[in-house]
Design a protein around this ligand. Structure first.
Ligand SMILES: Nc1ncnc2c1ncn2[C@@H]1O[C@H](COP(=O)(O)OP(=O)(O)OP(=O)(O)O)[C@@H](O)[C@H]1O
Length: 337
């Protein structure tokens, strides 16, 4: 691994798209979309950073420039000392990319054959390939899946298969775009556990785009928020919650209907029969509140709902993205590209 510091470096990076649209019967209007509007940041080798923002904020466009798929309209960009759009092939050996909503695997082939193709494409030395494959198979629990055609895999299995495919050539940096989207709780935990292990033992630099704040909380010590193509926040997740004064919602199911729960650190929101809702600051841990409720009330079940990214950002900047109660599953709009 190269000892380059910083590993990813952006300086005033810009991407402007020109969109033509019909403005009458014959006339066409040209319009500029500043998808990335002057972003600067540095990521050191071995960092695991969250890259978040509302739909259309410019996240994918940034990732596409970082991988060399798109050429910047302005600014400066280096990944491992390489200018991605000029030396895309050389860079490809250093990076791995996983898109949650698309697979890079061959749909009709067993997983094993997809890996063989990756082996050849990247000309990975045999011993290294065998070692990496064995490691991924073990840690991502792929043993029983290697001979199954990709189209027969569940989403969670496919995602684990995709992550392995992106790592067989030992990349120094991994870009993950929504790696836990649509996964059940168990699969999410497996993917997160694997990424933590990868970062800890291999020092892989990870840039993670996600709509799930729990991904960030469990994986990243640093989070960057992008909105309208600009960097709005760069720091710890707790700081983001503080700035957005965001709250977690605790959904408490009691054995029977009771008076509003009163515990330190939480605020009663509402009750519906034996179910009650409490709010607590997202910047602090939920554990003491959970313990206090469990100690003093006949608890049957309890779940924590994280604030959505949209709600946090909307509060932070007084925008108007969020609808609903600002918690729980996000209402994702389909991608426009
Ligand atoms: N090829 C393109 N041509 C024109 N406009 C584009 C193109 N790609 C992206 N855009 C526009 O640039 C802006 C940023 O898009 P981008 O896909 O980077 O956002 P995003 O943060 O990844 O959003 P999402 O979470 O929905 O994927 C949007 O307004 C989008 O419509």
């Amino acid at each position: 691994m190269a000892s380059m510091d910083p590993f990813i470096e952006l300086e005033g990076l810009e991407k402007v798209f020109t969109v033509r649209r019909r403005a009458g019967l014959v006339r066409r209007e040209k319009r500029e979309v500043r998808a990335v509007d002057g972003i600067s940041f540095r990521v050191a080798e071995g960092e695991m950073v969250g890259y978040i923002g509302p739909n259309g904020a410019g996240k994918s466009t940034t990732i596409k420039m970082l991988t060399g798929i798109l050429t910047p309209s302005g600014g400066r960009l280096r990944v491992a000392g390489i200018d991605p759009s000029r030396e895309r092939t050389r860079l490809a050996r250093r990076i791995g990319v996983v898109f949650g909503q698309r697979t890079t695997l061959w749909w009709d082939l067993p997983l094993r054959d997809s890996y063989t193709l990756v082996h050849r494409m990247y000309r990975i030395p045999d011993a290294r390939y065998a070692e990496n494959l064995a490691r991924c198979v073990e840690l991502l629990d792929l043993g029983d899946l290697l001979d199954v055609p990709v189209r027969q895999l569940s989403l969670g299995q496919r995602m684990r298969g995709d992550i392995a495919a992106a790592l067989l050539h030992d990349p120094d940096v991994l870009y993950l775009d929504e790696p836990t989207i649509g996964l059940d709780v168990v699969s999410k935990a497996k993917v997160r556990g694997f990424l933590r292990e990868l970062n800890a033992t291999r020092g892989t630099t990870v840039l993670l785009t996600t709509h799930d704040l729990t991904d960030i909380e469990q994986l990243c010590s640093r989070v960057m928020v992008i909105d309208h193509g600009r960097l709005m926040y760069d720091g710890e997740l707790a700081g983001l919650h503080e700035a957005g004064e965001s709250e977690r919602l605790l959904v408490v199911d009691l054995a029977r209907e009771s008076a509003p729960i009163e515990v330190p650190g939480a605020r009663f929101v509402r009750a519906e029969g034996p179910r009650q809702w409490l709010a607590l600051p997202a910047s602090s841990s939920a554990a003491p509140v959970v313990a206090a409720v469990a100690a003093a009330y006949p608890l049957v079940d309890l779940s924590v709902r994280e604030p959505d990214i949209e709600a946090v950002i909307a509060k932070m900047y007084g925008g108007g993205y969020a609808d609903g109660d600002g918690h729980g599953e996000l209402r994702m709009r389909p991608r426009s590209h």
